[in-house]
Design a protein around this ligand. Structure first.
Ligand code: ANZ
Ligand code: ZN
Length: 815
């Protein structure tokens, strides 16, 4: 092979890797190597791999292969998240069984992964739609049920009119179905839930452990969990025996409550509306049933509502305030009713102004009167018009009013979470049957563990079409069973589980995929878990990543795993876009991964993905050049092919200049990889290639041992991003064994001594310090160094107005 022929290299090395089962994690008890667990979010088998897969798996493989080179025993498994709606929709269209489409796509993707050269341990492959897998979803459901963590309740749920199934809150994005984009509506249904709310506080507290997570992700989870502190206040309603609870984060504003609002879809509204107002109320309720939470809560939405004809009594001053029903108050948050304080809450103010309700200022903030400006004043200030609270600041007033309420038995301090329980039931076929039998006498009876799995009845084509009830309901023979308790006639639950159940624990199954004694072998999980690095999309921030954390905590409480957080580090890769826009059919800007590989070869595509920018950033395929990557790889392979010195020749007397470059490259590449700056590490590999090329052409020539050292280093470094080219180069260098396990090179400190430059630090134009810095120091590093200088500190009072950095020689601070 003289020309660089990627397809030939792929065929050759793919076969060898498979023959040697190269990337299998060692289960040998005598293997003393430290273990690491690297996981990519497993794919959904919707056709062949696409560019997004190409990116995420290329990035994950850099990490896995880097650890392999460093001598870790690495677990890097793969499987398929193979239940879900698209398979079912395809089956309806083709009058087939969802399994046919699913498993055909899995095979296609598996072959593409093999070609793509990802270092998977194929022996641990799993598919969540296999009965051997989903059996354990059912087993886990039974455990959750026993612990009261799986329960059924009626209530308003999110309903996708297109997919004809309910959705979890997490699957409703801006009021639309996360899957198909249809407007989600609300329906009253009895459904299964997981009690994730029991874990709300721990899901927050344990974020302390997630030091390797991006801040953005933590913030999204924190907001989703939505913890707030405030008070529960009891309001009497005229003509009703029991007082009504409201939750407020601002009990200090209680004297400013001028009306009371009940969620229009709450039972309370229906109960207390007077006869005179009932017709108007019911018309209103019908109208808002069509809206999603997001729409109802949108601050810019015109406020709507209706007077219920009743009055509530403010517990602190006995004032009668009118009770309204409105849709901006949610029935399933807090207590589904609020005290409205229009002066200090914008939504209440909008409502008050629209319906002519009074506005009473109780916190003096120095801002203009909200009743006149239309701008509520939610900020800090001094309490006024508030009896015993007058003159207090917000925090003191909150403490005081809670004390008063508690003494009078009219309220108490309270904590509230926005997080709601995880709605689990789906009215679709291609998922895990919920292992419950409904008996007219015994109620909800779990299918005994030894009878699991409850496998899906064989339905296909039209039988799967959405009808608003689960397709399983039509499988009469499957549905009608004996009650496991009393043996009387009973019926199976016909819903299937949300497929996010499948992905909430798959990473544990990989540790012992064939295990039959439970969902996983606790011994093996102790060995491998938790996951050292997880790579996947930010779109799972409040779905999969939250659910998996919840499952792990429950399993921990059951004594099945020893840790409470599943993923120690998390990397969210960016998206692959084209021409500045997300790829889509309608824009016609899709790029096909397979075609790119056909044109440029696997290594060039992978290298392009990794080189494009920091892994978190989007990659615009219009701005990158796989052709240039291919050229670089050809050049690198040529360098590795042209070395003429024999392996093992001592390198000490080799060309000193080239050796310095090689060892600097090792040193920097190691640091860059440790800090996930993979793209810059690739740039260093390119520089090393050029230096070796120059050494071959312009002296000391291809026989110098420093050239071999550079080329071998290049092969090892390159094995992280371009494994085929690296293997081929390694072989041409006369080395045996796979380059993937050659061992990470160590930089010789003697070859790292670097020239430094002097940087002048000025404050207001006067020189105050001189720093010795690396010529390649970044502006940010230099700024930090200069601002940390002890000699500079006396001339700064607080944050400087401006810092001008001219790396590496000058920093000018304007105090
Ligand atoms: C009175 C008040 C005065 C409020 C004020 C705010 C500012 P978070 O922080 O999200 O927990 N609220 C309570 N239950 C509600 C429901 N079911 N639907 C819609 N809104 C509800 O928000 C708590 C605040 O949201 C509560 O505090 C309540 O309004 C409102 F100057 O009570 B507040
Ligand atoms: Zn029974």
């Amino acid at each position: 092979m003289s020309e660089y022929d990627p397809q030939a290299l792929q065929a050759k090395w793919q076969r060898r890797w498979e023959e040697h089962d190269s990337y299998r994690a060692s289960e040998d008890a005598g293997d003393r190597r430290e273990r690491r667990y690297m996981l990519d979010m497993f794919p959904y088998p919707s056709g062949d791999l696409h560019m997004g897969h190409g990116e995420v798996f290329a990035i994950g493989d850099v990490v896995a292969r880097y650890w392999m080179q460093q001598g870790y025993n690495v677990l890097h498994p793969i499987g398929w998240d193979s239940f879900g709606l698209p398979a079912e929709n395809a089956a309806i269209r083709r009058n087939a069984h969802p399994a046919e489409w699913t498993y055909a796509n899995i095979e296609t993707q598996a072959n593409s992964f093999r070609r793509y050269g990802i270092s998977f341990d194929w022996s641990r492959r799993l598919h969540t739609s296999d009965p051997d897998y989903y059996r354990w979803n059912q087993w886990l459901f039974n455990r959750f049920f026993e612990r009261g963590l799986a329960y059924r309740k009626g209530g308003l749920v999110n309903w996708c009119p297109n997919d004809q199934t309910v959705l979890a809150n997490e699957q409703v994005v801006a009021g639309k179905c996360e899957r198909c984009g249809a407007d989600v509506i609300r329906r009253e249904l009895t459904q299964w839930y997981f009690k994730i709310t029991d874990y709300a506080q721990r899901l927050l507290d344990d974020m302390d452990q997630l030091t390797g997570w991006p801040e953005r992700l933590l913030t999204m989870q924190r907001n989703w969990i939505g913890r707030s502190e405030g008070a529960d206040v009891l309001f009497e309603i005229e003509g009703r025996d029991e007082p009504v609870h409201v939750y407020t984060t601002r009990p200090d504003t209680l004297y400013g409550a001028t009306f009371f609002v009940v969620a229009a879809d709450a039972a309370l509204a229906d109960e207390i509306v007077t006869d005179g107002q009932r017709a108007e109320f019911e018309a209103y309720r019908t109208e808002i049933a069509k809206l999603s939470d997001i729409e109802r809560l949108a601050t810019d939405k015109e406020k709507t509502g209706v007077f219920l004809g009743r009055y509530a009594i403010n517990p602190v001053n006995g004032e009668r305030i009118p009770v309204w029903a409105a849709d901006y108050v949610l029935s399933d948050y807090g207590h589904g009713a609020i005290m409205a304080v229009p002066a200090h809450d914008q939504r209440d103010l909008d409502f008050a102004l629209k319906f002519g309700l009074p506005v009473k200022v109780v916190v003096h903030t120095g801002m203009a009167d909200p009743g006149e400006t239309g701008e509520a004043t939610p900020g800090e200030g001094t309490l006024v018009n508030s009896g015993p609270l007058d003159g207090l600041a917000k925090a003191e007033a909150i403490a005081k009013i809670i004390e008063i309420l508690e003494t009078d038995g009219r309220g108490a301090g309270a904590i509230n979470f926005r997080l709601r329980d995880w709605l689990l039931s789906r009215q679709r076929y291609w998922g895990t049957p919920i292992p419950i039998i409904h008996c007219p006498d015994c109620g909800e009876v779990p299918v005994p563990d030894e009878q699991l799995p409850v496998t899906l009845p064989d339905l296909r084509g039209e039988a799967l079409a959405p009808k608003g009830v689960s397709p399983l309901a039509s499988a009469t023979e499957w549905v009608n069973v004996e009650c496991p308790k009393c043996s009387g006639p009973a019926k199976r639950d016909t819903d299937t589980m949300d497929t996010f159940v499948d992905s909430s624990w798959y990473f544990l199954r990989y540790c012992s995929p064939g295990y039959t004694g439970g969902p996983f072998d606790p011994e093996q999980v102790r060995k491998w878990g938790p996951i050292d690095q997880y790579v996947g999309g930010i779109e799972h921030a409040v779905l999969h990543l939250l659910y998996s954390r919840f499952f792990t905590k429950v399993l921990h409480d059951m004594g099945m795993v020893g840790f409470t957080e599943p993923f120690l580090r998390m990397l969210n890769q960016g998206q692959v876009i084209n021409g500045g826009k997300a790829m889509s059919k309608s824009l016609g800007n899709g790029v096909d991964l397979g075609a790119q590989i056909d044109d440029f070869g696997v290594d060039a595509v992978r290298l392009t993905m990794v080189f494009a920018g920091p892994p978190e950033d989007d990659i615009d395929w219009a701005d990158v050049s796989p052709a240039a990557s291919q050229k670089f790889l050809a050049r690198a392979l040529r360098v590795m092919s042209e070395v003429t010195s024999a392996p093992g020749v001592p390198v000490e007397n080799g060309d000193a200049k080239l050796r310095k470059v090689t060892h600097h490259t090792i040193d920097e590449a190691t640091k860059l990889l440790d800090s996930y700056r993979f793209n810059v590490a690739v740039a260093r590999m390119m520089e090393l290639t050029s230096a070796a090329r120059k050494a071959i052409d312009a002296g000391p020539g291809p026989g110098d041992p420093a050239v071999r050292e550079a080329a071998e280093t290049l092969a090892v470094l390159l094995s992280l991003v371009a494994p085929y080219t690296a293997e081929e180069g390694w072989e041409r260098l006369g080395r045996t064994g796979s380059v993937a396990f050659a061992g990470w090179p160590v930089a010789d400190p003697a070859l790292l001594v670097q020239e430094s430059v002097t940087c002048v630090v000025q404050v207001a134009g006067k020189v105050r310090d001189r720093l010795e810095v690396s010529p390649s120091i970044s502006e940010d590093e230099l700024r930090t160094l200069a601002l940390a200088s002890e000699k500079v500190a006396p001339y700064l009072a607080g944050v400087p107005r401006n810092v001008i950095v001219r790396a590496p020689k000058l920093v000018n601070i304007v105090p």
